[in-house]
Design a protein around this ligand. Structure first.
Ligand code: UGA
Length: 470
């Protein structure tokens, strides 16, 4: 990372604000400050701003706390709740507020985005660019541009642009400083010039740039997330076929992945996708396409969502099978709560959904996660939580791996076997060494894999390939 960070900047640096300091905004603010920009982070949540000002990152993101400390110490980064201060300070404002799914609908809630754009626009007194980074339905940016023009004291001073973000939680800093591409959605040369100045070190490092109109830029984001969700559900649909034929989805995925046109990434079968992005983005996309009269074009996303939901139910079925056909009173150790490892995010987490379905079938469920316990307890107070990994598996009739944290993957099946009541494992993430578990006397089951060990085995390099698929 130092390569980009150490580069001197040629053109005058715009001063940046980042409105919304969640995963996306906090990471963006810290990363831009680390590149030498003067950055002001803005949020309506005073408690969040206070924590960030003290150097505390309010969520789990590897590497970010250290970078926040450095950015605060350098004087490049400050935080505020004042939009007056933000409008006066910033030349380029990045809006990074959430667009969660609306209650009772597939649509995205755009209230926070609209409020952020309007709050800046009303206070603009100098030449200003307001850049949306939030994920929004196609057509939103143009509507916001009209709102901004109407709200601004002088509409000629302010312009709107769109710059979608592709960072993954758990790799947020790396993805922000070294993105695989930048997309600028602009409607003037002036906006493109400002954005180029705001990303100069990243562009200088050779990052590919696509300059597009705002609609295309908005669409890139939802199209990318829809493609990723489709790829995951595709391999999970193959798992359903494997389950009724006795074929092995792990071998199938590794054989497919050697074809460069298909590739290994996001072809990892298992419990499927969750989180604050993929599920709500495909739903909002379907909703928007229907509004536009082209719902049929993305109708397949209904099936992508359905396949994903069926994987959760199938995991519950496998646990019930291993428990002898009836979950009542069975102690089930649920390993993982976060929607993926290296995150404490539990939004639409497959792990907690499965744990709750097991509880609903009267199982004695206990959950453990290395980082997400606080968030899980708050959202699912009806579940029981163990203070440690060992306490979780102690006395279990079935253990089910739901989030593939390294410490679960690396656990010794023999040592874990000493703690449980029955050596029965459901590997919801295809993350464990089936042979090692079976050798240690475990009954091992995974979605889309035969119940009995295969006579044909994965050769070592294929095993590595399978491990690298996540
Ligand atoms: C996703 C996208 O990958 C980012 O590019 C995008 O910027 C982000 O959404 C966003 O819209 O903000 P993220 O939600 O952090 O990032 O998580 P992913 O790494 O994409 O994983 C999503 C889910 O898919 C996880 O539950 C993961 O366990 C699951 N997954 C992933 C699989 O089941 N199989 C795979 O092969 C890969």
């Amino acid at each position: 990372m130092t390569d980009i960070i150490d580069q001197p900047m040629a053109t005058p640096r715009p001063r940046l604000t980042v409105v919304g300091t969640g995963y996306l905004g906090a990471t963006h603010a810290v990363s831009m400050a680390s590149l030498g920009y003067e950055v002001l982070g803005v949020d309506v949540d005073q408690a969040k701003i206070d924590r960030l000002t003290r150097g505390e990152v309010p969520f789990h993101e590897p590497g970010l706390p250290e970078m926040l400390d450095e950015a605060l110490a350098s004087g490049n980064l400050r935080f505020t709740t004042s939009f007056d201060e933000a409008a006066e300070f910033g030349d380029v404002h990045f809006v990074c507020v959430g667009t969660p799914q609306l209650h009772g609908s597939h649509a995205a809630n755009l209230a926070y985005v609209e409020a952020a754009f309007t709050a800046i626009a009303q206070r603009v007194r100098k030449s200003t660019l307001i850049v949306g980074k939030s994920t929004v339905p196609v057509g939103t940016a143009e509507r916001l541009a009209d709102m901004v023009a109407a709200a601004a004291p002088d509409p000629d001073l302010v312009e709107v642009a769109w710059n979608p973000e592709f960072l993954r939680e758990g790799y947020a800093v790396q993805d922000t400083l070294h993105p695989d591409r930048l997309v600028f959605g602009v409607s003037s040369e002036r906006a493109e010039t400002s954005l180029r100045a705001a990303f100069e070190p990243v562009l200088e490092a050779g990052t590919p740039l696509v300059v597009a109109d705002m609609k295309t830029a908005e669409l890139v984001k939802v199209a990318a997330n829809s493609f990723l969700a489709t790829k995951i559900s595709y391999i999970n649909a193959m798992a359903e076929i494997c389950e009724v034929t006795g074929a092995d989805v792990n071998l199938l995925a590794s054989a497919l992945s050697y074809d460069d046109r298909i590739g290994a990434r996001f072809l990892k079968p298992g419990l499927g996708f969750g989180g604050g992005c993929l599920p709500k983005d495909i739903r909002a996309f379907m909703h928007r396409a229907e509004e536009l009269g082209v719902g049929h074009a993305v109708e397949f996303l209904h099936e992508v969502d359905e396949i994903n939901a069926r994987r959760r139910r199938r995991t519950v079925d496998l646990v019930r099978e291993l428990a002898g056909g009836d979950l009542r009173g069975m102690r089930i150790a649920c390993l993982g709560a976060a929607f993926k490892p290296n995150s404490d995010d539990i939004r639409d987490a497959p792990a907690l959904d499965v744990a709750d379905m097991l509880r609903a079938q009267a199982a004695d469920v206990v959950v453990y996660d290395p980082e997400a316990m606080g968030n899980a307890r708050e959202a699912y107070p009806q579940l029981d939580y163990a203070p440690t990994f060992a306490e979780c598996v102690k006395g279990a009739d079935v253990v089910v791996l739901l989030t593939e944290w390294a410490r679960f993957r690396e656990a010794d099946p023999e040592m874990m076997g000493e703690l449980v009541r029955h050596r029965a494992m459901v590997d919801g993430r295809h993350a464990l060494d089936a042979d090692a578990y079976r050798s240690a006397g475990w009954e091992y089951r995974a979605l889309g894999r035969p119940a009995q060990p295969q006579t044909v085995r994965l050769v070592e390099d294929v095993k590595d390939q399978v491990a690298a698929m996540a």
